[in-house]
Design a protein around this ligand. Structure first.
Ligand code: G6P
Length: 579
């Protein structure tokens, strides 16, 4: 999704720093990019569609703005790529978000020369009008920003000053030894500085030789206080791996271990779940499947009813929330707007909020009353792997804590960490399967009970990395429609753990086999109905973890077989900050 990076300082390396900053947020997904810097009192802009080049030509400047764009308004073209300039190339802007009332605002810009189809460009022309009257950049930016509807962050420069405002879209400020940098993602700043400020909504940052932060509404200055963030940069690099997805899959046993060694916050949250009058797990994409798994885990092992909703749907079923409700929002990035918006609505109803997130300082993290950090380390591949396993692990731990059987939770999680290692050791056993199914157009994944969210997650991973049409189904639903799509050779993955779903799912496997399907069985025991079997030891409540890892490895290997980059699926973004 769109990324912002901006620098102002006394060294002349601002464009180089901007290029490096954009490279560090590449993982969020983008389709075009641009860097602008001031040179001899003029702005020079370099833009292109596609990915950033390996290197950026050396340019000397003390001020620079950069952007990676993920198209929303207007196609993927050089003209639509940011930064955007005013009519005279005196003011430059980068923007994240969507200015929802941009058409209305654009109507007042008839005398301006608009060069793009974006909502972003109108912002810089509106600022140009204000600036031509007042020559005061801060007041011009704040006046224009306050007219925007929607969730936005903008950064503007006139070459001597940078002014930034945000509402609903993330922006972080970093202190350099000789200046400041701003980014939409702390991962771009942390290689340069450990001193950060997470800018709050409706705040304005002004940077020149000094720094001021003020409230956009009251105009009052806010005390500047940098937080020192501890971060291991090396762990966010590829090290000896070819792709981040492979690295992140391999880190999963360690992720579980870290969760088991840091369970104090989970204990507090388990208490809140016990006493809440209604607990709601919400999330999007992969996180939604972790939430769904939570409902099965709590019911089966803690005999407790918890609710689940996809983040983007929760808004429409929030009417029954009360101040006694507990909303557990699950999000790797902590920035997904479809999760943040319903959280804000729940907060307005005085519900307590738990953030289960991987990102310290993220919007969700800051909004929540209780902050459960996943501690999985930076996840860079767009298709989430280790963050999902961390979410599932926290769900299992919380369930057993609520049931008053924490140690049993710890034991099953330890087992699953060992089983992940086994799967990774035996990953070559999947090569034959990969060769067999790589050219297929459709794959079905079936599970019942706790294996249903695993089936959904498996299909999502396969879709994202291979572009094969994959569907996850509750196996019982098969005969209510999808069975019509099974033809000779259609690969069907069935999850067959040693639990109450075993006999029924085997019966479903027979149903698809009778229609010619190529049945891929995953679980502790082989069965004559399987055309291909991948053994995963029984890990009780935690079997969902190694079962998911089977699907992750399969999706990764299928992507490589098809010559695709598993880290950068087309059209997708790592962190989705628009509705
Ligand atoms: C995007 C990513 C998915 C992720 C989802 C939710 O769609 O591509 O991998 O599951 O957002 O992200 P979150 O950061 O809220 O977990």
């Amino acid at each position: 999704m769109c990324g912002i990076f901006a620098v102002i300082g006394t060294s002349n390396n601002a464009p180089q720093l901007t290029f490096k900053g954009l490279s560090d947020i590449e993982y969020r997904g983008y389709d075009s990019w641009g860097i602008c810097f001031s040179s001899d009192d003029l702005f020079k802009t370099i833009k292109n569609i596609g990915f950033l080049p390996k290197t950026f030509p050396e340019q000397l400047s003390q001020v620079s703005l950069g952007h990676t764009r993920w198209a929303t308004h207007g196609g993927v073209t050089i003209a639509n790529a940011h930064p955007h300039s005013d009519c005279n190339n005196e003011l430059i802007l980068v923007h994240n978000g969507i200015i929802e009332n941009y058409l209305e605002l654009k109507a007042g810009l008839r005398k301006h020369l608009l060069k793009s189809e974006t909502d972003s460009e109108i912002a810089i022309h509106l600022i140009e009008d204000e600036y031509s009257k007042s020559k005061d950049l801060s007041s011009s930016v704040s006046k224009v920003f306050s007219k925007f509807d929607g969730l936005n962050a903008i950064v503007v420069t006139n070459g001597t000053k940078i002014v930034a405002c945000k509402k609903g879209s993330p922006l972080v400020l970093g202190k350099l030894t000789d200046g400041y940098c701003l980014a939409s993602d702390p991962n771009a700043l942390l290689p340069l500085t450990d001193k950060l400020i997470f800018i709050e909504d409706n705040q304005m940052v002004v940077l020149n030789d000094k720094l001021t932060i003020s409230d956009l509404k009251t105009k009052k200055e806010i005390q500047v206080k940098f937080t020192k963030v501890i971060w291991d940069y090396a762990s966010s690099t590829l090290q000896n791996y070819e792709y981040f997805m492979e690295k992140e899959i391999n880190e999963q046993p360690k992720v579980i271990e870290t969760i088991l060694n840091n369970s104090a916050v989970a204990e507090k949250i388990a208490k809140e779940i016990k006493s809440a009058f209604g607990t709601y797990f919400i999330g999007c994409g992969t996180a939604a499947y972790a939430c769904l798994a939570g409902t099965y885990l709590f019911s089966k092992f803690a005999k407790k009813h918890v609710n689940f909703s996809i983040g983007s749907e929760f808004n429409y079923i929030e009417d029954y929330l009360t101040p006694k409700s507990l909303v557990v929002a699950v999000s790797q990035s902590g920035e997904t707007i479809d999760t943040i918006e319903p959280v804000n609505a729940a907060k307005a109803k005085k519900c307590k909020i738990v953030a289960m997130t991987n990102t310290l300082g993220s919007t969700l993290y800051r909004t929540a009353d209780y902050k459960l950090l996943l501690n999985a380390g930076v996840e860079k591949a767009v298709a989430s792997t280790k963050a999902f396993i961390a979410m599932l692990s926290e769900m299992i731990l919380l369930t057993f804590m609520v049931a008053g059987k924490k140690q049993a939770g710890v034991e099953v999680l330890k087992k699953s960490a060992l089983e992940i290692k086994n799967i990774l050791k035996n990953a070559n056993l999947l090569d034959e399967l990969v060769n067999k199914i790589a050219k297929q157009e459709h794959i079905f994944c079936l599970g019942r009970g706790l294996s249903y969210p695993v089936a959904l997650e498996s299909a999502l991973k396969i879709k994202e990395t291979t572009y094969i049409h994959a569907e996850g189904y509750a196996a019982g639903e098969l005969k209510h429609g999808p069975l019509a799509l099974i033809t000779k050779g259609t690969p069907v993955i069935v999850y067959v753990p040693n639990d109450e779903t075993r006999d029924s799912i085997l019966a479903n496997a027979k149903e698809v086999q009778a229609r010619g399907a190529y049945v891929i069985g995953v679980g502790p025991d082989n069965n004559p109905v399987f055309d291909f079997f991948f053994k995963v030891k029984d890990c009780g409540a935690s079997s969902v973890i190694p079962h998911t890892v089977f699907a992750q490895v399969l999706a990764y290997k299928l992507a490589l077989k098809k010559g695709l980059n598993p880290d950068k699926p087309r059209n997708l973004a790592k962190s989705v900050v628009v509705r």
